[in-house]
Design a protein around this ligand. Structure first.
Ligand code: GYE
Length: 309
């Protein structure tokens, strides 16, 4: 795997690093921004030849893609894993082939952590804690004393974004006696599924006070479902979301969404730097978290022009 390909137009000093990237899919605005960031940072101009594979939210496709990368003898493999588990075998194959693996965005769970070189992404559990703390404080400040009935639209079950946000939010909100989680169900991180699940929640429960959507796209779907049911999202029903993509800021400015907990998808430059270091056999940090904020509706107008995704 020490082999590198040469840019057609370049000289020998222009050795490109061949990197295979297995992406989750294109399920959300976050994901689209992540793909754009990876493609632009891993460009020929920056010294890379990128082989991009879209897994359409299926781990089996990712495992196939990684095997393809191995048989093409790429220099580096990057994976944004759909789910946390199920990686041991294929990563063992990459290790045997001597190809370093960078895990990006979601995490993996393996018994032997020499199966990957490093990881860069978000602290999803902390995002969940931040969402719950914001919500508890908001309800208190609004002077709402009645019990708040909460429904949760979860992301892809078994993805670390879902696992962390479910755990962080669930454990924290439990500490506040004025909240009751009525139900949680997956909306697969998509707007369409978010809307569908919200419609079924609305049929099952008459008195929903809070919707927690584990990404903005599901929140947009839930907002549509609430409006169709004659509810006023942002007022009658508090909308808590994650990612903080541009469209979420517009939704907050329109009064629909109440808060979005930031999740930064711009990992391309970080992955490019890690890949170069790995190729140089430089030491890299095994685990790297990115810093993230919480954006309530009142910050949206001022913040929107600064948003990069
Ligand atoms: O929140 C969601 C996307 O893994 C952090 O995946 C990512 C999540 C993100 O589909 O919008």
């Amino acid at each position: 795997a020490a082999k590198t390909s040469t840019a057609a137009s370049g000289s020998d000093s222009n050795k490109l690093i061949t990197i295979g990237f297995s992406q989750v899919g294109a399920e959300s605005d976050w994901r689209v921004a992540n793909t754009a960031s990876m493609k632009s940072a891993l460009s020929e101009k920056n010294g890379f030849k990128l082989i991009f594979a879209d897994a359409q939210q299926k781990q089996e496709n990712q495992i196939k893609a990684v095997r393809d990368f191995i048989s093409q003898d790429v220099d580096v493999i990057a994976i944004a894993p759909v789910t946390e588990t199920g990686w041991e075998t294929v990563l063992g194959e990459a290790k045997n082939a001597g190809i370093p693996v960078i895990i990006v965005d979601r995490m993996i769970k393996v018994s032997d952590d020499s199966l990957f070189s490093c990881w860069v992404g978000s602290d999803f559990q902390k995002e969940g804690v931040n969402a719950a703390e914001w919500l508890a404080n908001y309800i208190k400040e609004k002077g709402k004393t009645e019990t708040q009935n909460v429904v949760v639209l979860q992301g892809t079950i078994g993805s670390s974004a879902e696992i962390g946000r479910t755990k962080g939010f669930g454990e924290t909100i439990k500490k506040y006696s004025n909240f009751k989680v009525l139900a949680q169900q997956t909306g697969e991180f998509t707007q369409a599924k978010g809307q569908e699940v919200m419609e079924s929640f609305l049929k099952q429960y008459k008195d929903i006070n809070v919707v927690v959507a584990q990404n903005d796209n599901m929140a947009f779907g839930a907002i549509d479902a609430l409006k169709a049911a004659g509810k006023v999202p942002g007022k009658d029903v508090t909308i808590v979301s994650f990612d903080a993509v541009k469209a979420a800021f517009k939704s907050m400015m329109a009064g629909d969404m109440n808060v979005s907990v930031e999740c930064n998808p711009l990992h391309g430059p970080r992955v490019a730097e890690l890949a170069k270091k790995l190729m140089n056999k430089d030491k890299v940090e095994k685990i790297q978290y990115v810093d993230e904020k919480v954006y309530p509706a009142e910050t949206a107008e001022k913040e929107l022009p600064n948003r990069q995704y």
